[in-house]
Design a protein around this ligand. Structure first.
Ligand code: PLP
Length: 441
């Protein structure tokens, strides 16, 4: 079994994370519970940041908070000197509530509302990543009305799409995001934007995909963008101060995944941009990246109690846990795969192959198929690794299941950073059918 960060088997023979026995966590906080290895998040952040520093390149490493946005996580990102990528008023609100330095907040999204743009302008955040002409026009008008300047990046689609190991090179990219580079939309957007004295175009942004395991896609994207920037310099005297190559750096979920180190991505990206800058006689832009999953993904482990068992003779053994697609929708949404152990006996050899079922009323609510495990029952705790990204952030109340708490562990200490939702929380926004009817509590 692969153990991540500070996770290990302790002297009691239990899974331990951040110096805390996971069985103690279960005892204290119940199940399901999301546990985050804070030291590992810090290590991942340093892996990206220090490489830029060592190579003397001006950079911003922005944590893509969509992966896991809570006040404590945003504060941790700040402690590690990261910038922050938000994609909605809610994520921006969280960042502001966490006292994150506004000048390091970047606001994404393909359909930002007027209210969201106003919030960004009023809070004077670092920059808005403008996605389309509708937004550009609305933002320009709002800045004029408010007499406020705003820095922007233009999100472009460079015609490269990366999915794990596959790269699709397309002439005109079919994507809901961004201005197309190839068909001239991006250049048109630039010319529109630089007309306004209220808008400062810092540069370009692209995000080519997720769970990417090599550097080819980033190199191709940098080449394409730099070639266009060189033309824009010649034709419009525009020099990009910033080149943002997005996130998407892959992590290990199972043995099928072989990620490379954060430093490797950064080194290759820097080398390529420097080469392009020299060849095209341009100024070196600041390089920004936006890792989400690779900062928090393998730092998260979800602990569940095992409940019912169903055996279909000669077909399959189902073991059900006390959570499922309500706390981790990734397997149901895109067949994501995970590894798991019994936290109370991780070293015990497997006796059988079981499939882990969630408790939601959906046949598709299966967390792991064909997992080798020691014989397990309702006294056992299942620890599912690598649930730190897009787990809590995509959690939902399907079947009115309350969302689990989030616990940060570090140096032998455990701290709740999101409380467990209660049944009362589930009803908080409900109103009775008629004003006179009362809610039974
Ligand atoms: C614009 C942008 N930046 C960054 C990310 C983070 O990607 P990941 O979590 O794969 O690093 C995403 C993910 O969807 C994204 O859309």
């Amino acid at each position: 079994m692969h153990y991540y960060g500070t996770s290990k088997v302790n002297d009691a023979g239990h899974l331990e994370i951040g110096g805390v026995d996971t069985l103690e966590l279960v005892e204290k906080f119940g199940t399901p519970v999301y546990v985050y290895d804070v030291e590992l998040i810090r290590e991942r952040a340093k892996g990206f940041k220090e490489t830029f520093d060592q190579l003397g390149v001006k950079a911003q490493v922005a944590y893509a908070s969509k992966a896991f946005s809570t006040i404590a996580m945003v504060q941790l990102a700040n402690e590690e000197g990261l910038s922050l990528d938000v994609v909605s008023g809610g994520e921006l609100y969280t960042a502001i509530a966490a006292d994150f330095p506004v000048e390091r907040i970047h606001f994404h999204g393909n359909n930002k509302s007027k209210e969201e743009l106003l919030m960004a302008i009023d809070e004077q955040i670092g920059c808005i990543v403008v996605d389309n002409f509708y937004e550009l026009e609305m933002l320009t008008q709002l800045c004029e009305e408010k007499n406020r300047k705003m820095s922007i990046l233009l999100r472009v689609t460079p015609g490269i799409e990366a999915h794990t190991h596959d790269y699709i090179l397309t002439g005109q990219e079919d994507s809901k995001f961004g201005f197309d580079l190839q068909n001239g939309q991006a250049e048109k957007a630039l010319l529109e934007a630089i007309k306004s004295p209220f808008i400062e175009v810092l540069g370009l942004h692209c995000h080519i995909g997720s769970q990417i395991f090599d550097t080819t896609g980033f190199v191709l994207a940098a080449q394409k963008i730099m070639a266009h920037l060189s033309e824009w310099k010649a034709n419009h005297h525009f020099e990009s101060k910033v080149l943002n190559l997005g996130g998407g750096f892959g992590i290990r979920y199972t043995e099928e995944d072989q990620p490379i180190q954060p430093a490797e991505y950064v080194e290759v990206i820097i080398k390529e941009v420097k080469e392009q800058v020299n060849n095209l006689e341009m100024q070196m832009p600041e390089i920004w990246i936006e890792p989400g999953r690779s900062l928090v993904g393998d730092a998260g482990t979800t602990l569940y109690k095992i409940g019912s068992r169903k055996e279909v003779p000669n077909v399959r053994k189902y073991l059900a846990i006390d959570g499922g697609m309500s706390d981790n929708i990734r397997p149901a949404l895109y067949q994501a795969k995970y590894e798991a152990v019994l936290a109370n006996k991780p070293l015990q050899a497997p006796d059988e192959t079981v499939s882990i079922a969630g408790k939601c009323c959906e046949s598709g609510d299966m967390l792991i198929w064909d997992l080798p495990l020691p014989k397990a029952g309702d006294h056992d705790v299942l620890a599912v690794f690598c649930t730190g990204a897009y787990g809590y952030s995509m959690a939902n109340n399907y079947n009115r299941i309350p969302r689990p708490p989030v616990v940060f562990v570090e140096n032998g200490e455990a701290r709740v950073v999101v409380k467990r939702e209660s049944f009362e929380d589930l009803l908080r926004l409900d109103l009775p059918l008629k004003e006179t009817a009362s809610l039974k509590k």
